[in-house]
Write a protein that binds this ligand. Structure first.
Ligand code: PEP
Ligand code: MG
Length: 298
């Protein structure tokens, strides 16, 4: 206990500091959150922003869809709590491991390969549009970006961007103040990883979901505890995709980050820096220890 307390105290030296390597490489260390209450934890954890707001938590544990206004209030609160630091809202990622019974979605044989994430949103504009309106409305109160989960093809991004532009136009006509909202892609399917060069031409940033990218690359169910050692995020195939994603982002002049569990893995910090990732997003409690590692890296 004494040792653990001393370790925690030592980490306090890294609070309020930038995350810069000895050779001057700077990286943003952000928090993964699911609610405005989590944003408070992100600030306590000294996060430099929110790299992943899992927005589906606002849709779970209730009997009906949240209204546009409810969503707007939640996003606005997060933007304000983060005081101008960048906040990336991941649009609704319902399906597979996250189900909302009130949506009455068809039972699927393979939910992980089913109508989930952005696919569901594109099929159900009645669900998606209110969320997009809420994000744009909240953009006037901080520094918001949005990104889409489970993208596999450039046309999905194009169609979604067209919808975003339409929603934005509508809000502007209605007189809402709007901030700039960069649009990113979660890279979490092998198809998106392989086609990162093309996606980079139409995205403002990438954030890699290593949990799903590992699952889909290795064809190993991330929720099946019996698969243990087969679920290997360090598998050379996954690492090759990560390197490729970072390279494509750099070539296109956009930033790339990691928001899956691997983002907080101390064994990977140096590798991510070398690959060229410039943002890591993780549980708020992991930020100071990761900053220490970054500051001690070359
Ligand atoms: C991921 O897949 O790595 C990710 C960050 O998203 P989620 O864990 O919510 O699927
Ligand atoms: Mg995912």
């Amino acid at each position: 206990q004494n040792e653990a307390a001393a370790g925690r105290a030592a980490l306090e030296a890294y609070r309020g500091r930038k995350s810069v390597t000895k050779s001057g490489k700077e990286i943003l260390l952000c928090a993964n959150i699911g609610s405005p209450a989590d944003a408070e934890l992100a600030m306590k954890g000294d996060a430099e922003g929110v790299g992943l707001m899992r927005s589906e938590f606002l849709y779970l544990g209730r009997d009906s869809l949240p209204t546009e206004d409810e969503l707007f209030q939640a996003y606005r609160q997060v933007a304000e709590i983060m005081q101008g630091r960048p906040v990336v809202i991941r649009t609704l990622d319902i399906g597979a491991d996250k189900q909302a019974d009130y949506l009455n979605l068809d039972k699927e044989e393979n939910p992980a390969l089913g109508l989930r994430g952005l696919r569901l949103c594109l099929a159900r504009e009645d669900i998606f549009r209110p969320q997009l309106r809420a994000i744009y409305r909240a953009s006037a109160y901080g520094s918001l970006s949005m990104m889409f989960p489970m993208v596999a093809s450039p046309w999905e991004l194009r169609r979604t961007k067209a919808l975003c532009a339409d929603v934005r136009r509508e809000l502007a006509q209605q007189g809402y103040p709007l901030g700039d909202v960069p649009i990113g892609v979660m890279i979490e399917t092998p198809a998106a990883a392989v086609m990162a060069d093309q996606l980079a031409l139409e995205a403002d940033f990438f954030s890699v979901g290593t949990n799903d990218l590992t699952q889909y690359t290795l064809a190993v169910d991330r929720q099946n505890a019996n698969l243990g050692e087969f679920y290997d995020p360090y598998h050379p195939a996954v690492l090759a995709l990560l390197g490729h994603i970072a390279k494509c982002a750099k070539a296109a002049g956009i930033w790339a980050g990691i928001c899956g569990e691997l983002g907080a893995d101390p064994k990977m910090t140096e590798t991510f820096l070398q690959m060229g990732f410039t943002e890591l997003s993780m549980a708020p409690g992991r930020i100071l220890e990761t900053r220490k590692l970054v500051c001690e890296s070359d």
